[in-house]
Design a binder for this molecule. Structure first.
Ligand code: MN
Length: 157
């Protein structure tokens, strides 16, 4: 009798767990790509989606930050647009509070403004990064974001 109950209950629980996982963790849109080897703290994956060319002069990539991972401080000479496709993350412009960003948010990084972006401590975060006018230089890397900066005041949640 006991084994019959186990035979019935275990598959039902597994099915429910699977349905719960599918409903709470959306499938990634693009492949994670390759691990970044420099200019990030923690584990970060980069998948180039559109390489630069002479027609569009734009670089597009999908970047996945594991929980707690973030970019170094940096500048884009021609600015950057971020489109968050998964998870919850942080971004900050120099001198401003940390902004909490979620799936579906758009972040405009103006030209020559020092900033960083990454995951929150409790969630991975994936964004598409669009870098226009690639011939002006895609990114100038600066220094790592300290834990104090990463854990600093937030402007929302
Ligand atoms: Mn940036």
């Amino acid at each position: 009798m006991k084994s019959k109950i186990v035979i019935i209950i275990v598959p039902v629980l597994l099915l429910q767990l699977n349905m719960w996982a599918q409903s709470t963790i959306p499938e990634p849109i693009f492949p994670k790509g390759v691990k970044a080897t420099a200019n990030f703290t923690g584990t970060v994956w980069v998948q180039i989606l559109v390489p630069p060319d002479s027609v569009f002069n734009l670089v597009a990539g999908s970047v996945t930050f594991e929980p707690g991972a973030r970019s170094y401080w940096h500048i884009h000479n021609a600015g950057q647009i971020l489109m968050v496709t998964n998870g919850t993350g942080y971004t900050q412009e120099k001198g401003k509070p940390v902004r909490v960003i979620h799936r579906g948010d758009i972040v405009i990084c103006p030209p020559n403004i020092e900033h960083w972006h990454g995951a929150s401590p409790g969630s991975a975060m994936t964004h598409i990064a669009l870098n226009p006018h690639a011939d002006k230089g895609v990114v100038n890397w600066l220094r790592p974001v300290t834990d104090k900066e990463y854990n600093g005041p937030k402007d929302n949640n």
